[in-house]
Design a protein around this ligand. Structure first.
Ligand code: HEC
Length: 133
């Protein structure tokens, strides 16, 4: 009897852990849906000609240290994403905490087949200190 309970307990623990792992950036995903998807779309494809994509965007890899600043303070002027030029400005979203920005970045870095490396909060905070506002 005791062994069965122990086994059940282990099973729940394992299920719980694996579940947690597969939803690593769940919080980032919720934030993305609330604050970003209206422009960049649920599938990260953006809007042809106006809003740059995040899915498969070379920008995320090349400009890794700018991402936190873009999210907090916005960005205007010309930028090139996957060889296309975008000129519309993006407003900053100053409501997001450092941790929330980190979660969103790690979500977009790994969503839709993206495989950009993990960004720790310490790196986000370092980037935020050096934003050109
Ligand atoms: C109101 C529309 C809008 C919202 C909301 C928005 N963006 Fe943007 N975003 C833009 C536009 C437009 C650009 C291009 C700016 C430029 O051309 O200078 C951009 C550029 C970017 C870029 C750099 C280019 C790229 O495609 O890699 C990133 C990263 C980004 N946004 C992430 C986000 C994230 C994360 C959120 C939510 C926290 C968000 N954006 C919310 C419109 C938006």
């Amino acid at each position: 009897m005791k062994a069965k309970i122990l086994l059940l307990f282990l099973l729940i623990l394992i299920l719980g852990l694996s579940n947690c792992n597969s939803k690593r950036y769940e919080h980032g995903e919720i934030l993305y849906k609330n604050f970003c998807s209206s422009c960049h779309m649920d599938d990260g494809t953006g809007l042809v000609g106006n809003i740059p994509p995040l899915a498969g965007a070379d920008y995320l890899g090349k400009e890794r240290d700018k991402l936190a600043c873009i999210i907090r303070y916005g960005i205007k002027g010309e930028i090139v994403v996957n060889g296309r030029t975008y000129t519309q400005a993006m407003e900053g979203i100053d409501r997001l905490s450092d941790a929330e920005i980190t979660n969103v970045i790690n979500y977009i870095n790994t969503a839709w087949g993206n495989e950009f490396p993990f960004v720790p909060i310490t790196e986000v905070q370092e980037s935020l200190k050096n934003c050109k506002k």
